[in-house]
Write a protein that binds this ligand. Structure first.
Ligand code: NAD
Length: 351
Protein backbone atom coordinates (compact mmCIF):
# COMPACT_ATOMS: atom_id res chain seq x y z
CA UNK A 1 0.00 0.00 0.00
CA UNK A 2 1.44 3.46 -0.83
CA UNK A 3 1.74 5.85 2.11
CA UNK A 4 2.96 9.25 3.27
CA UNK A 5 4.98 9.52 6.50
CA UNK A 6 5.65 12.85 8.24
CA UNK A 7 8.28 12.70 10.99
CA UNK A 8 7.72 15.11 13.89
CA UNK A 9 10.77 17.20 14.80
CA UNK A 10 11.21 16.88 18.54
CA UNK A 11 13.98 15.82 20.88
CA UNK A 12 13.09 13.16 23.46
CA UNK A 13 15.05 12.37 26.61
CA UNK A 14 13.75 9.23 28.32
CA UNK A 15 14.78 7.51 31.53
CA UNK A 16 14.84 7.66 35.29
CA UNK A 17 16.24 10.81 36.89
CA UNK A 18 16.26 12.65 33.56
CA UNK A 19 14.78 15.78 35.14
CA UNK A 20 18.33 16.52 36.30
CA UNK A 21 19.15 17.30 32.65
CA UNK A 22 16.66 20.18 32.51
CA UNK A 23 19.09 23.10 32.80
CA UNK A 24 21.32 21.63 30.09
CA UNK A 25 18.31 21.19 27.83
CA UNK A 26 17.21 24.80 28.36
CA UNK A 27 20.75 25.93 27.45
CA UNK A 28 20.73 23.60 24.44
CA UNK A 29 17.72 25.57 23.16
CA UNK A 30 19.76 28.76 23.52
CA UNK A 31 17.51 30.05 26.31
CA UNK A 32 18.28 31.64 29.67
CA UNK A 33 14.96 32.80 31.19
CA UNK A 34 12.46 29.97 31.52
CA UNK A 35 8.94 30.39 32.83
CA UNK A 36 7.81 27.22 34.61
CA UNK A 37 4.18 26.18 34.13
CA UNK A 38 2.08 23.94 36.39
CA UNK A 39 -1.47 23.45 37.66
CA UNK A 40 -2.37 24.72 41.16
CA UNK A 41 -2.29 21.03 42.24
CA UNK A 42 1.32 20.68 41.05
CA UNK A 43 2.51 24.13 42.15
CA UNK A 44 4.96 22.64 44.66
CA UNK A 45 6.50 20.48 41.97
CA UNK A 46 6.67 23.55 39.72
CA UNK A 47 8.44 25.53 42.43
CA UNK A 48 11.03 22.77 42.83
CA UNK A 49 11.69 22.81 39.10
CA UNK A 50 12.10 26.59 39.23
CA UNK A 51 14.63 26.24 42.07
CA UNK A 52 16.46 23.52 40.16
CA UNK A 53 16.80 25.86 37.18
CA UNK A 54 18.69 28.41 39.32
CA UNK A 55 19.65 31.45 37.28
CA UNK A 56 17.86 30.03 34.22
CA UNK A 57 14.50 30.19 36.02
CA UNK A 58 12.56 33.44 35.50
CA UNK A 59 9.38 32.57 37.42
CA UNK A 60 6.45 30.21 37.98
CA UNK A 61 2.89 30.37 36.63
CA UNK A 62 0.85 27.68 38.38
CA UNK A 63 -2.65 28.32 37.07
CA UNK A 64 -2.90 25.83 34.18
CA UNK A 65 -6.37 24.38 33.79
CA UNK A 66 -8.17 21.67 31.76
CA UNK A 67 -9.05 22.58 28.13
CA UNK A 68 -6.67 25.60 27.99
CA UNK A 69 -9.08 28.48 28.70
CA UNK A 70 -8.02 31.58 26.76
CA UNK A 71 -8.41 33.86 29.81
CA UNK A 72 -5.77 31.80 31.66
CA UNK A 73 -3.45 31.97 28.65
CA UNK A 74 -3.93 35.76 28.53
CA UNK A 75 -2.88 35.98 32.20
CA UNK A 76 0.11 33.74 31.53
CA UNK A 77 1.11 35.90 28.55
CA UNK A 78 1.20 38.99 30.78
CA UNK A 79 3.56 37.14 33.12
CA UNK A 80 5.70 35.92 30.20
CA UNK A 81 6.12 39.55 29.13
CA UNK A 82 6.69 40.90 32.64
CA UNK A 83 9.39 38.29 33.28
CA UNK A 84 10.99 38.60 29.86
CA UNK A 85 10.79 34.81 29.53
CA UNK A 86 12.45 33.26 26.49
CA UNK A 87 11.13 29.68 26.84
CA UNK A 88 8.51 27.64 28.70
CA UNK A 89 9.02 24.60 30.90
CA UNK A 90 5.70 22.78 31.44
CA UNK A 91 5.62 20.13 34.16
CA UNK A 92 2.35 18.19 34.37
CA UNK A 93 -0.30 16.53 32.27
CA UNK A 94 -2.07 17.55 29.07
CA UNK A 95 -3.56 20.66 30.68
CA UNK A 96 -0.19 22.17 31.63
CA UNK A 97 1.45 21.17 28.37
CA UNK A 98 -1.53 22.73 26.55
CA UNK A 99 -0.79 26.06 28.26
CA UNK A 100 2.84 25.87 27.09
CA UNK A 101 1.58 25.29 23.55
CA UNK A 102 -0.86 28.22 23.75
CA UNK A 103 1.95 30.54 24.90
CA UNK A 104 4.20 29.25 22.15
CA UNK A 105 1.53 29.94 19.55
CA UNK A 106 1.33 33.56 20.65
CA UNK A 107 4.96 34.35 21.51
CA UNK A 108 6.85 31.76 19.47
CA UNK A 109 8.85 30.61 22.52
CA UNK A 110 10.62 27.24 22.50
CA UNK A 111 9.07 24.69 24.85
CA UNK A 112 10.37 22.01 27.16
CA UNK A 113 7.61 19.59 28.20
CA UNK A 114 7.97 17.31 31.23
CA UNK A 115 4.93 15.01 31.18
CA UNK A 116 3.63 13.49 34.42
CA UNK A 117 0.62 11.65 32.93
CA UNK A 118 0.20 9.39 29.89
CA UNK A 119 -2.05 11.73 27.83
CA UNK A 120 0.56 12.33 25.10
CA UNK A 121 0.02 16.02 24.31
CA UNK A 122 3.79 16.64 24.43
CA UNK A 123 4.26 14.70 21.17
CA UNK A 124 1.57 16.44 19.14
CA UNK A 125 1.33 19.61 17.03
CA UNK A 126 -2.29 19.94 18.25
CA UNK A 127 -3.72 22.62 20.53
CA UNK A 128 -7.28 22.74 21.84
CA UNK A 129 -8.37 26.01 23.46
CA UNK A 130 -11.66 27.10 25.04
CA UNK A 131 -13.31 30.47 25.01
CA UNK A 132 -16.88 31.22 26.17
CA UNK A 133 -17.51 27.50 26.57
CA UNK A 134 -16.47 26.70 22.97
CA UNK A 135 -13.48 24.47 22.28
CA UNK A 136 -11.54 24.94 19.05
CA UNK A 137 -8.67 22.73 17.97
CA UNK A 138 -5.85 23.53 15.59
CA UNK A 139 -2.87 21.64 14.23
CA UNK A 140 0.37 23.56 13.66
CA UNK A 141 4.03 22.69 14.13
CA UNK A 142 4.38 25.99 16.00
CA UNK A 143 2.93 24.31 19.10
CA UNK A 144 4.97 21.09 19.05
CA UNK A 145 7.34 21.13 22.06
CA UNK A 146 10.99 21.24 20.96
CA UNK A 147 12.22 19.11 23.86
CA UNK A 148 10.41 16.46 25.90
CA UNK A 149 11.91 15.08 29.10
CA UNK A 150 10.27 11.83 30.15
CA UNK A 151 11.34 11.07 33.71
CA UNK A 152 9.86 7.80 34.96
CA UNK A 153 10.43 8.92 38.58
CA UNK A 154 7.85 11.70 38.14
CA UNK A 155 5.15 9.16 37.33
CA UNK A 156 5.68 6.97 40.41
CA UNK A 157 3.27 9.16 42.37
CA UNK A 158 0.57 9.38 39.68
CA UNK A 159 -2.47 8.07 41.61
CA UNK A 160 -3.41 4.52 40.58
CA UNK A 161 -6.90 5.43 39.35
CA UNK A 162 -5.48 8.14 37.11
CA UNK A 163 -2.67 5.90 35.95
CA UNK A 164 -5.15 3.35 34.61
CA UNK A 165 -7.44 5.78 32.83
CA UNK A 166 -4.62 7.99 31.56
CA UNK A 167 -2.86 4.89 30.20
CA UNK A 168 -5.99 3.72 28.38
CA UNK A 169 -6.44 7.28 27.07
CA UNK A 170 -2.99 6.81 25.50
CA UNK A 171 -3.96 3.40 24.09
CA UNK A 172 -6.93 5.07 22.38
CA UNK A 173 -4.54 7.17 20.25
CA UNK A 174 -2.72 4.06 19.05
CA UNK A 175 -5.93 2.12 18.43
CA UNK A 176 -7.31 4.80 16.14
CA UNK A 177 -3.91 5.24 14.44
CA UNK A 178 -4.10 1.59 13.36
CA UNK A 179 -7.27 2.21 11.34
CA UNK A 180 -6.63 5.86 10.39
CA UNK A 181 -7.24 6.83 6.79
CA UNK A 182 -3.66 8.19 6.61
CA UNK A 183 -2.09 5.30 8.56
CA UNK A 184 1.40 4.22 7.57
CA UNK A 185 3.69 1.33 8.52
CA UNK A 186 5.99 3.32 10.83
CA UNK A 187 3.19 4.78 12.92
CA UNK A 188 1.45 1.38 12.98
CA UNK A 189 4.61 -0.21 14.41
CA UNK A 190 4.68 2.42 17.14
CA UNK A 191 0.97 1.92 17.78
CA UNK A 192 1.20 -1.81 18.32
CA UNK A 193 4.32 -1.49 20.47
CA UNK A 194 2.70 1.33 22.48
CA UNK A 195 -0.47 -0.68 23.17
CA UNK A 196 1.56 -3.73 24.20
CA UNK A 197 3.78 -1.74 26.58
CA UNK A 198 0.77 -0.15 28.29
CA UNK A 199 -1.35 -3.31 28.34
CA UNK A 200 1.35 -5.26 30.19
CA UNK A 201 2.22 -2.48 32.63
CA UNK A 202 -1.10 -0.88 33.63
CA UNK A 203 -2.50 -3.91 35.52
CA UNK A 204 0.82 -4.16 37.43
CA UNK A 205 0.70 -0.45 38.32
CA UNK A 206 -2.89 -0.84 39.59
CA UNK A 207 -1.56 -3.10 42.39
CA UNK A 208 2.02 -1.90 42.68
CA UNK A 209 2.13 1.79 41.69
CA UNK A 210 5.84 2.21 42.47
CA UNK A 211 6.94 -0.73 40.31
CA UNK A 212 9.77 0.93 38.37
CA UNK A 213 9.74 -1.51 35.42
CA UNK A 214 6.01 -1.17 34.90
CA UNK A 215 6.18 2.62 35.23
CA UNK A 216 8.97 2.74 32.67
CA UNK A 217 7.00 0.52 30.25
CA UNK A 218 3.88 2.65 30.69
CA UNK A 219 5.68 5.95 30.03
CA UNK A 220 7.46 4.44 27.02
CA UNK A 221 4.07 3.25 25.72
CA UNK A 222 2.54 6.66 26.35
CA UNK A 223 5.32 8.29 24.33
CA UNK A 224 4.69 5.98 21.37
CA UNK A 225 0.93 6.51 21.58
CA UNK A 226 1.45 10.29 21.75
CA UNK A 227 3.43 10.09 18.50
CA UNK A 228 0.48 8.23 16.95
CA UNK A 229 -1.92 10.99 17.99
CA UNK A 230 0.40 13.64 16.58
CA UNK A 231 1.03 11.85 13.30
CA UNK A 232 -2.24 10.56 11.84
CA UNK A 233 -5.95 11.42 11.97
CA UNK A 234 -8.26 10.20 14.71
CA UNK A 235 -11.76 8.79 14.10
CA UNK A 236 -15.07 7.92 15.81
CA UNK A 237 -13.65 7.25 19.26
CA UNK A 238 -11.99 10.67 19.56
CA UNK A 239 -15.06 12.39 18.11
CA UNK A 240 -17.26 10.77 20.76
CA UNK A 241 -14.86 11.72 23.55
CA UNK A 242 -14.59 15.32 22.33
CA UNK A 243 -18.40 15.49 22.27
CA UNK A 244 -18.78 14.04 25.76
CA UNK A 245 -15.98 16.19 27.20
CA UNK A 246 -16.86 19.39 25.35
CA UNK A 247 -20.66 19.40 25.59
CA UNK A 248 -21.30 17.32 28.72
CA UNK A 249 -18.20 18.17 30.72
CA UNK A 250 -17.25 14.53 31.35
CA UNK A 251 -13.68 13.96 32.62
CA UNK A 252 -11.14 13.37 29.83
CA UNK A 253 -9.25 10.18 30.66
CA UNK A 254 -12.20 8.31 32.22
CA UNK A 255 -14.38 9.08 29.20
CA UNK A 256 -11.72 7.68 26.85
CA UNK A 257 -11.43 4.56 28.96
CA UNK A 258 -15.15 3.84 28.96
CA UNK A 259 -15.87 4.65 25.31
CA UNK A 260 -12.88 2.90 23.72
CA UNK A 261 -14.07 -0.76 23.77
CA UNK A 262 -17.45 0.33 22.36
CA UNK A 263 -15.96 2.45 19.56
CA UNK A 264 -13.65 -0.44 18.66
CA UNK A 265 -16.58 -2.90 18.59
CA UNK A 266 -18.45 -0.48 16.30
CA UNK A 267 -15.50 -0.37 13.88
CA UNK A 268 -14.41 -4.00 14.17
CA UNK A 269 -15.93 -5.43 10.99
CA UNK A 270 -14.75 -2.45 8.93
CA UNK A 271 -11.10 -2.65 10.07
CA UNK A 272 -10.19 -6.33 10.51
CA UNK A 273 -6.44 -5.87 10.07
CA UNK A 274 -6.28 -3.17 12.74
CA UNK A 275 -8.33 -5.39 15.06
CA UNK A 276 -5.87 -8.24 14.78
CA UNK A 277 -2.95 -5.88 15.60
CA UNK A 278 -4.82 -4.47 18.61
CA UNK A 279 -5.79 -7.93 19.87
CA UNK A 280 -2.23 -9.21 19.43
CA UNK A 281 -0.83 -6.23 21.35
CA UNK A 282 -3.33 -6.82 24.16
CA UNK A 283 -2.69 -10.56 24.23
CA UNK A 284 -6.44 -11.04 23.72
CA UNK A 285 -8.53 -12.96 21.20
CA UNK A 286 -10.77 -9.96 20.47
CA UNK A 287 -9.79 -6.27 20.41
CA UNK A 288 -12.95 -4.78 21.98
CA UNK A 289 -13.22 -7.48 24.64
CA UNK A 290 -9.52 -7.15 25.41
CA UNK A 291 -9.89 -3.40 25.97
CA UNK A 292 -12.93 -3.90 28.19
CA UNK A 293 -11.02 -6.51 30.22
CA UNK A 294 -8.07 -4.13 30.55
CA UNK A 295 -10.37 -1.40 31.92
CA UNK A 296 -11.69 -3.96 34.45
CA UNK A 297 -8.15 -5.04 35.36
CA UNK A 298 -7.08 -1.48 36.23
CA UNK A 299 -10.25 -0.88 38.24
CA UNK A 300 -11.48 1.91 35.94
CA UNK A 301 -15.08 3.09 35.84
CA UNK A 302 -17.03 1.21 33.14
CA UNK A 303 -20.22 3.25 32.82
CA UNK A 304 -20.61 6.80 31.53
CA UNK A 305 -23.55 7.06 33.94
CA UNK A 306 -21.03 6.78 36.80
CA UNK A 307 -19.02 9.79 35.58
CA UNK A 308 -21.92 12.14 34.95
CA UNK A 309 -23.76 11.24 31.72
CA UNK A 310 -27.54 11.04 32.08
CA UNK A 311 -29.60 8.67 29.97
CA UNK A 312 -31.58 11.68 28.79
CA UNK A 313 -28.35 13.15 27.32
CA UNK A 314 -27.84 10.26 24.91
CA UNK A 315 -30.08 11.60 22.15
CA UNK A 316 -28.35 14.99 22.14
CA UNK A 317 -24.90 13.39 22.38
CA UNK A 318 -25.76 11.23 19.35
CA UNK A 319 -26.86 14.31 17.40
CA UNK A 320 -23.68 16.25 18.19
CA UNK A 321 -21.38 13.29 17.55
CA UNK A 322 -22.95 12.50 14.20
CA UNK A 323 -23.39 16.09 12.96
CA UNK A 324 -19.81 16.70 11.73
CA UNK A 325 -18.21 13.28 11.97
CA UNK A 326 -14.46 12.70 11.59
CA UNK A 327 -13.49 10.23 8.88
CA UNK A 328 -14.14 6.70 10.20
CA UNK A 329 -13.59 3.23 8.72
CA UNK A 330 -17.29 2.42 9.18
CA UNK A 331 -20.03 4.78 8.14
CA UNK A 332 -21.47 6.76 11.04
CA UNK A 333 -25.06 5.58 11.55
CA UNK A 334 -27.14 7.43 14.13
CA UNK A 335 -28.88 4.27 15.39
CA UNK A 336 -25.60 2.44 15.88
CA UNK A 337 -24.02 5.42 17.67
CA UNK A 338 -27.02 5.77 19.97
CA UNK A 339 -26.81 2.07 20.85
CA UNK A 340 -23.06 2.41 21.40
CA UNK A 341 -23.66 5.30 23.82
CA UNK A 342 -26.45 3.42 25.60
CA UNK A 343 -24.11 0.48 26.17
CA UNK A 344 -21.28 2.76 27.34
CA UNK A 345 -23.68 4.68 29.58
CA UNK A 346 -24.83 1.48 31.27
CA UNK A 347 -21.33 -0.06 31.46
CA UNK A 348 -22.26 -3.15 29.44
CA UNK A 349 -19.66 -5.31 27.68
CA UNK A 350 -19.31 -4.01 24.08
CA UNK A 351 -21.59 -5.57 21.46
P1 NAD B 1 -4.48 16.99 33.41
O1 NAD B 1 -3.26 17.57 32.83
O2 NAD B 1 -5.74 17.82 33.37
O3 NAD B 1 -4.19 16.54 34.90
C1 NAD B 1 -5.24 16.20 35.79
C2 NAD B 1 -4.83 16.51 37.22
O4 NAD B 1 -3.80 15.60 37.65
C3 NAD B 1 -4.23 17.91 37.38
O5 NAD B 1 -4.67 18.45 38.58
C4 NAD B 1 -2.75 17.64 37.41
O6 NAD B 1 -2.03 18.65 38.07
C5 NAD B 1 -2.69 16.32 38.14
N1 NAD B 1 -1.50 15.51 37.87
C6 NAD B 1 -0.83 15.35 36.71
N2 NAD B 1 0.21 14.53 36.86
C7 NAD B 1 0.23 14.15 38.15
C8 NAD B 1 1.06 13.28 38.91
N3 NAD B 1 2.09 12.62 38.38
N4 NAD B 1 0.78 13.12 40.22
C9 NAD B 1 -0.29 13.75 40.77
N5 NAD B 1 -1.12 14.56 40.09
C10 NAD B 1 -0.87 14.77 38.80
O7 NAD B 1 -4.86 15.56 32.75
P2 NAD B 1 -4.41 14.86 31.39
O8 NAD B 1 -5.33 13.72 31.23
O9 NAD B 1 -2.95 14.64 31.38
O10 NAD B 1 -4.71 15.95 30.28
C11 NAD B 1 -6.02 16.24 29.85
C12 NAD B 1 -6.04 17.51 29.02
O11 NAD B 1 -5.04 17.46 28.02
C13 NAD B 1 -7.36 17.71 28.29
O12 NAD B 1 -7.68 19.08 28.27
C14 NAD B 1 -7.06 17.21 26.89
O13 NAD B 1 -7.90 17.78 25.92
C15 NAD B 1 -5.63 17.63 26.74
N6 NAD B 1 -4.86 16.78 25.77
C16 NAD B 1 -4.43 17.39 24.63
C17 NAD B 1 -3.71 16.66 23.71
C18 NAD B 1 -3.18 17.33 22.48
O14 NAD B 1 -2.53 16.68 21.67
N7 NAD B 1 -3.42 18.60 22.29
C19 NAD B 1 -3.43 15.30 23.94
C20 NAD B 1 -3.90 14.71 25.11
C21 NAD B 1 -4.63 15.47 26.03
Amino acid sequence: MPFVYNGLPSRVIFGSGTLSRLADEVRELGCRRAIVLATPQQATQGRKVLEQLGELGAGLFAEARMHTPVEITDRAMRQVEALGADCTVAIGGGSTIGLGKAISLRADLPQVAIPTTYAGSEMTPILGETQDGLKTTQRTLRVLPETVIYDVDLTLGLPTAMSGTSGINAIAHAVEALYARDRNPIVSLMAEEGIAALARSLPVIAHDPENATARSDALYGAWLCGVCLGSVGMALHHKLCHTLGGSFDLPHAETHTIVLPHAVAYNAAAAPEAMSHIARALGASDAADGLFDLACAVGAPLALADIGLKEADIVRATEIATANPYWNPREIEADGIRRLLENACAGRRPE
